[in-house]
Design a protein around this ligand. Structure first.
Ligand SMILES: N[C@@H](CCC(=O)N[C@@H](CS)C(=O)NCC(=O)O)C(=O)O
Length: 249
């Protein structure tokens, strides 16, 4: 049986974007399979066999199934024996450095998700209010704190990328996908973090990241249209009389 790699993804997931970008960066042949998160496909039995956490991204590589974006990226590199500074898995000291770096900014994941949920998905999709006042400020502050940690890291390291000066690495890929998911929805601006802005621009020039960002941006625009124009218009015209209900109605 040929060993086919399937990446289960959704086009607006920054975690799935990381896995697809890594596969493309290393020319790892794969097929993408879109999981309809809104329909809850990620919680269906067949998918839970692939990733019991019920989340994307996940992969099926021959008989091997797994979830968690960074673990998948590491697996892809190790299983293909890619000897690269991007993730030098054979060098225990470097692996520790990379894991420590991820640990330093581990709250980037929940804080980015919280901003996207509170200021993009929920108000537009479900019609609920934007978090205002202290609540809204706190959500933004949490993500800004992560940006400050990254700024300080880049400053003290004196490097262009998070690990290294010349070579982009696995944590840059992971963090870039998270950060652009907010920048491209115009939910955050990086001007107050000059080193982080430079890092962002340097990552954006890497072809695999530029490709995935361009694709994600198209989907952000599509969902923007759906949330901000189509849904409210349909609500306005009130479909109730036709028996149609949208989220938030
Ligand atoms: N830590 C996970 C996060 C994955 C994650 O949160 N995925 C979201 C999409 S962005 C998901 O599948 N959510 C569906 C759900 O929770 O039902 C990773 O890095 O892979």
């Amino acid at each position: 049986m040929s060993k086919e790699l399937i990446i289960y993804q959704h086009p607006i997931s920054p975690f799935a974007a990381t896995v697809v970008a890594v596969a493309n960066y290393f020319n790892i042949e794969h097929t993408e399979y879109r999981i309809d998160l809104a329909m809850g496909v990620q919680k269906q039995d067949w998918f839970l066999k692939i990733n019991p956490a019920g989340k994307i991204p996940a992969i099926k590589d021959g008989d091997h199934c797994m979830g968690e974006s960074l673990d998948i990226c590491k697996y892809l590199i190790e299983s293909r024996e890619l000897d690269t500074a991007f993730y030098p898995y054979r060098d225990a000291a470097k692996v520790k450095e990379i894991n420590d770096l991820k640990d330093k900014i581990k709250d980037l994941e929940p804080t980015v998700l919280e901003v996207a949920k509170a200021f993009w998905v929920e108000p537009w999709m479900t019609g609920c209010a934007f978090p205002d006042g202290e609540k809204g400020d706190k959500i933004m502050k949490d993500v800004y704190d992560q940006f400050t940690i990254m700024e300080e890291h880049l400053s003290s390291n004196g490097t262009k990328f998070l690990h290294d000066d010349k070579q982009i690495g696995i944590i840059d890929f992971w963090a870039f996908n998270l950060v652009f998911s907010l920048v491209d929805k115009e939910l955050v601006y990086l001007d107050k973090w000059p080193k982080l802005s430079k890092w962002f621009d340097a990552c954006a020039q890497v072809q695999a990241l530029d490709d995935i960002r361009t694709r994600s941006r198209r989907y952000f625009k599509f969902f923007d249209f759906l949330f901000k124009t189509l849904y409210p218009t349909i609500r306005f015209v009130t479909c109730r009389q036709f028996g149609v209900t949208l989220p938030g109605q």
